[in-house]
Design a protein around this ligand. Sequence first.
Ligand SMILES: [Zn+2]
Ligand SMILES: [Zn+2]
Length: 729
Amino acid sequence: MSYAKIHLDVPLNGPFDYRTNGLSVVKGSLVEVPFRNKKQVGIVIDVSENTNVETRRIKGISSIIDVAPLSSDYITLCRFVSEYYCFELGRCLFVGLPRSIRMNRLGKEYLENVYSLTVSGRLEIAGTLDARARGKRRLYEHLLSNEQTVLADARRIYSNASKQLTNWIQSGWVKTEQRNLREFMKVDRAISVTPKKLGLTESQIRSVDSISLDLNGAHVWVLQGVTGSGKTEVYFELMERALQSKKQVLMLVPEINLTPQLKDRLQRRFPSERIVTLNSSLGDSNRLIAWEQARHGVASIILGTRLAVFTPLKQLGLIIVDEEHDTSYKQIEGVRYHARDLAVYLSQLKNIPVVLGSATPSLETYHNVLRERYKRAVLSDRPLGSLPTIELIRVSRSESHTLSPQVIHAMQSKIDDGEQVLVFINRRGYAPALFCSSCQWSVSCHRCSALLTLHKRPDHVRCHHCGYQGRVPSRCGECGNQDLHDLGHGTQRLEEEVAAQFGHARVIRVDSDSTRRKGSFEAMRQSIDQTQVDIIIGTQMLSKGHDFSNINLVVILGADQALYSGDFRATERQFQQMLQVSGRAGRGSSRGQVLLQTEFPDHPIYQHLIGHSYDDFAIDALKERELSDFPPYSYQAILRASSPSSNSVENFLNRARLCALDLKSEAIDVYDAVPAPIHKIAGLIRGQLLVQSTLRKPLRIFLKRWMKEISNLNESGVRFVLDVDPIDV
Ligand SMILES: [Zn+2]
Ligand SMILES: [Zn+2]
């Protein structure tokens, strides 16, 4: 009798033993098994003749799910995630799987519609195309040279393909049928890279040359290029080399918004390669298809957000992590992994290079460069134009969020010259606070320890933490006074002020409220690109990776906020963000200008900023971190707990702390349990407990033992999670 050891997507330590029932399962097989009176999808990690479980209690595997087994590299990666981040292996194994597989909802999703020319279509379509119908012609030519085409490919060639194909089907020129994706998986990818060399700058060539010497072996490269220096061109050159040796390339980007543009660029550069994108906005079926094509080597370029790091890629030859400093690489729910760090691990596992690109590398990465654990290539100039000048404008605290006369003047002159202006403020809504003028009572969320933000059109108040929305109160909740004042500036108020100040200018606001509808971000991006707007008011959404060639003035408001933060990472983030947003200026031919309003123009952070000297900033900041034993000079983990009852949270964390003091070695520091920075969110009281060590290994051993103990604490109603290498404390 043989038994399979199987992991399930449950918060329990597996594996669980099941009878194989004569089914031929191997390591990595996906199966369906009974578990607690339900069917569950499981992953086999071992098959053996022995079991330690009483045999009559062992159930049998119900069926095998008809997909190829997961690779052993995939299982090794998940095992690392499980060990390092202290999550059950079962949960880690399922993080990266498409929903259709996790839920065992395969079936018709393995079939897809394909289009091909009929004999008459081959002969007759050409005669119906007039000279102006370029899209139709491209589509026709594509059908001629490809036996079968899926709609997604057809659309890429001609945006109106869906309608056109229907017309041609009606004329009997095109036929459509269903094709089984499984067969499609076997298709070999075409290897014919069209070299479309752009003129590279000298430093780009140098970077490409030095990195490409390392294309065999697990090297970590940091590509530190100033904003607008053309890091993407360097990526493309390196990708080309990997593709030529029949390898796959995984490219991670921080934001879903960046993927469509980048995919277009990639496809133009590598027309014969199949590129798939993997991100959370894909539908289940599309995600499954993309994942399978990536896994079977049909797709050679995989472009995705953090989750894509889990895609099992047999021929992976190069990983690129763009904007590696971006905090969105850290997963903050469920299994709390960091995709950049996993990319580095994956490079060791696969013995391939990884390139971490950024104008402003994270201090962790920068530290590894200084210690010579990572190699660095630098792009210090822009191929087009030069870096913008950054000027500081001294304002009082109360004026820091409104446009100063100097800024208004500069904006007017740019607009008069037909250039675009970006006004950056990292706060959405109309006003962040609503106060009573007589007793200082403020309107706060009844479910969170946080103020409500005033939003307009329509007027309402909203909680940015739990999502609560309500009517604007008409009077003070404390003294009944009807005179409530809104205080401070968000994007909406700024939009109103800008519109009033620049009556004839076309103003657009880009934040997570105005871009909520699908496709609206893309539409706004295009209207900026095509200079249909003069002034853009935006949050950090616009600070990342977008290339706008006509923005020549960037105005930064409210920058000082980070200087008041209690988080030791606040200044790093702020510097990165300011340098990134400044980098939006002057991407075209003329020199850009940045105006930053601050109460503290002499602050060292701003002095480094005006010199564009990220290196000086990083070295200074690292010195401070070293003095206080903060990461990267120490390693941290935070136990986060929440419950409707503050007593339970406190009890739980105190007991966990005693446990830790019992278990810990000398190398480990255990701090006091404290309330989270936002103490209450959505009715749940939140607390946290920090442990830290200057040595990674003892910390890992400790965390593992500690988590085991904690899971037996049984404090009722308390939910907890361990956050290893937290990005906010
Ligand atoms: Zn009052
Ligand atoms: Zn709330």
